[in-house]
Design a protein around this ligand. Sequence first.
Ligand code: GDP
Ligand code: IMO
Ligand code: MG
Length: 421
Amino acid sequence: MNIDILLGLQWGDEGKGKIVDALSPGYDIVARFQGGPNAGHSLEFNQVKHVLHLIPSGIFHPEKLNIIGNGVVIDPAVFKKEIEELGPPVNELTKRLVISTRANLILPTHRILDAAYECQKGMIKIGSTLKGIGPAYTDKTSRNGLRAGDIFRKDFRQLYDCHISRHLSILKNYELKYDLKEYEKGWFEGIEMLKNFRIVNTEYLVNELAVKGKKVLAEGAQGTMLDVDFGSYPFVTSSNTISAGACIGLGISPKMIGEIFGIFKAYCTRVGSGPFPTELNDETGTSLREIGHEFGATTGRPRRCGWLDLPALRYSIMINGITRLFMTKADVMSGFKTIKICTTYKVGGKECIELPFDNDSVIEPVYTELPGWKEDISGIREFDKLPESLKKFIAFIEKQTGVPITMVSVGADREETIFRN
Ligand code: GDP
Ligand code: IMO
Ligand code: MG
């Protein structure tokens, strides 16, 4: 059981990148298993902030192996840009990063189709990041995809042209202006960049290394509430963001999974459309956004903010089988006189234990109010030194969820992390 999973329990942006980076010294391999350039994972050290989209968050640890698994969808143009912006030279990064032959490619026309489908939706848009995620996964499941292993085929260009002409015939039905040539230029340069890296059957690699005793950390993207099956469909992403997705997206057995770490913010945020029962459209919501710098790491969009939602958190814990909880961004709420936590929902005046299937249900959150804390906690490194009211807030969540909170993050930097056994 050498494979642990870390994933988001809310609507994404819980701080996965920061925590994976902080945990990396304890692992040999960090592997992404789903999602693609829709993800924006930030991490900070030596006063520099990095944002990763496709590359796993263990990349800054030179001795660690990073894997982009078969469940990820790769846009070669984004990949090239990210590699060039990382810092270390390409010939150094090729030692640290391996890519699955089976990872599907996002084609230039997938991005255009994403925009076309979103435009067609009229008033109720998903709020997609428009990175081509939905169309790329659609082609994967309808068996029309191109995969990373295909780039070495002699007939790669013909295959590519075939897919593009299929997409262009769909796009004829939409009034959309686009410059395919411009997209293609960056895309083919990205293909050349990909060729520098080892593209192998990573399912063998992960299994071999795990059996030999190497420790693997599987890094989730997005969050459980954006899962294509269990999120608020259709306001979701197109992959399985939950723990089961790690088995499919890396080619590993559930028997190999050890810990499943669930990461959540001390409050909630969401980018894009869809239900958000505890959303605050008031000064408190604005304060959370401003103090917490709640703007998208991929699109720069302002994130919707609200109080912590325990019914949603309990649901995520159940679906994922969370063994430990990690809490981020409690420092953002320093100075709040009182803090609300939603403990249950009311729908039509009646208590509702389950998350409603129907997105149109009017959910009334039922809150418990706890005293806040005044202190700046960003300099604290020992759990016992945290303010009493924050410890009570933590104990309340543990009691309500039945899962221990064994890590508290008090700032964006890798050092601003408190571990607790
Ligand atoms: P991810 O997608 O889950 O990796 O999260 P993002 O990187 O999109 O968003 C999290 C944001 O919060 C980033 O700007 C992080 O640098 C920052 N962050 C992470 N943990 C903490 C924390 O404990 N406190 C504060 N203040 N910021 C944090
Ligand atoms: P990380 O990994 C937050 C949201 C989008 C949109 C919906 C569908 O950084 O936590 P898509 O581009 O997948 O078609 O968008 O999902 N979304 C995210 N929200 N964090 C993310 O990733 C997200 N990836 C997608 O805003 O509502
Ligand atoms: Mg993010």
